[in-house]
Design a protein around this ligand. Sequence first.
Ligand SMILES: Cc1cc2nc3c(=O)[nH]c(=O)nc-3n(C[C@H](O)[C@H](O)[C@H](O)COP(=O)(O)O)c2cc1C
Length: 198
Amino acid sequence: MSNRLKVTAVSGSYKIPSRTTAVIEELTQRLGKQIPIDLHLIELSNIASDLVASFNPADLPIGVQNDIKAIENADLLIVATPVYRASYTGLFKHLFDLVNYESLFDVPVLLAATGGSERHALIIDHELRPLFSFFQALTLPVGVYGTEADFVNYKVNNPILSARIDLAIERALPLLKHRELVKPDLATHAASVKLATA
Ligand SMILES: Cc1cc2nc3c(=O)[nH]c(=O)nc-3n(C[C@H](O)[C@H](O)[C@H](O)COP(=O)(O)O)c2cc1C
């Protein structure tokens, strides 16, 4: 059995390139520097046409069924969506409509979003957090929100957003260790990486 953390990351953007996917990439890369992870990345831009045509997971192509299974079996979910009309994208919700409602009990979920402006930053707490409360998941305390102005060429380009991404990872790690999702030997690894980079 792998002792790597099974991380499933979902980008709710329909576009490539995507600022939302860029945030996911930063989060997963920085987490991967702290602890060994197996990453399953789901970009809605890749599965949108299949997803929109089905209301039953059994009718989906096998690749998308595997994406849904990766959500249901994750040790840690990292979810990010662009703000569309003050909420998550329609297909982001549709994807989670197809996820088994009993599969995410107590699963840590790191929440992130990007929007055109700061005005919809509360999407994290007013839209995403309630959705994952429905699933009885453990939404992590620090969410990440970026605006279009924080990116250049679809890459994070604002030290404040970058620091927030670091903080989200820093605050997630003790919880992952406490829940023994990170095995003690990996926790030691994480601690040594942290010391080395301090
Ligand atoms: C249909 C649509 C609706 C949007 N609605 C909002 C909104 O309500 N509030 C906001 O701050 N930004 C809104 N935006 C801007 C996007 O959230 C923003 O550009 C985001 O960073 C896009 O992410 P992406 O590059 O990952 O696709 C909207 C964009 C589109 C295309």
